[in-house]
Design a binder for this molecule. Sequence first.
Ligand SMILES: NC(=O)c1ccc[n+]([C@@H]2O[C@H](COP(=O)([O-])OP(=O)(O)OC[C@H]3O[C@@H](n4cnc5c(N)ncnc54)[C@H](O)[C@@H]3O)[C@@H](O)[C@H]2O)c1
Length: 282
Amino acid sequence: MNEFKGRVAVVTGGASGIGRAMAERFAEEGMRIVIADVEEEALKRAEAEMKADGAEVLAVRCDVSKAHDVKQLAEITVRKFDGVHILCNNAGVGITGATWEIPLEDWEWVLGVNLWGVIYGIHYFVPHMLKHGGPCHIVNTASMAGLTSGGSMAPYHVSKHGVVTLSEGLFHEFRQRGSHVGVSVLCPGWVDTKINESDRNRPTGKVADDKMDAVAKMFRDMVGTALKEGLRPKDVAQMVFDAVKNDQFYILPHAHWKNMIETRMQDIIGQREPSIVLPPVN
Ligand SMILES: NC(=O)c1ccc[n+]([C@@H]2O[C@H](COP(=O)([O-])OP(=O)(O)OC[C@H]3O[C@@H](n4cnc5c(N)ncnc54)[C@H](O)[C@@H]3O)[C@@H](O)[C@H]2O)c1
């Protein structure tokens, strides 16, 4: 995409972290912005602050794990702005724990937000993009966790691997049809956001410390420390903007993590046991 001014960008999970930063970056280009989020107070705050900075922004309360909410988000966007040009399927949550101990409700929650949220976004927004026929772009937020595997975060890894392959498939489908819709998949390592406090939006409430085994707890604390050393959301948002502009598919903000992907691929090709490669702190 080359022209941004006056065009419309929708960002899910737009009230915080990477989503908020992407919304602000697109607003800097003069785009009209829809931020969608399940956390109402943070959403209202983000809307007010972005408006104060001169952005044209509409905030829509939306739980991306609910088909009905995402359908409504698409309808509200098109009614208000007459179309959509950039869709960032970005809302995401994480939970730590041993695979067999994580409550099934939490599996459903994480897969519902991280994977079904992206599926619903594609299902309800792409027809509008195809209809207006102008240049469009979809950015799906996956993670390095979608390109690698590790313990204590199975629902997150499963959902993010799903988002990567979903995005790759979508890319092929648009190319095969000579379509004007570009696709990118964002796969960051640590970024300094509130992702480690995802349970603030957990349907069954915050996770009690005594409900976690020692390994999962240690892992969660380690992630919390690493996130604080991570990239700034606004730097990731700049990379996303550049990728949309240059029609770049894979966005890997943490170039020095690439050996983790390579090691996994070598293990697969060599039919070896999966190696343990710990991510760097930043
Ligand atoms: N922070 C990192 O290190 C990192 C790394 C890789 C990928 N990611 C991914 O980046 C994306 C953004 O997360 P972040 O790091 O900015 O965290 P964040 O917690 O700061 O922002 C996530 C946003 O998603 C919203 N959200 C949660 N559940 C929702 C739902 N059901 N419907 C709509 N919105 C919902 C939250 O309210 C929040 O505003 C996520 O998909 C996450 O998995 C983050």
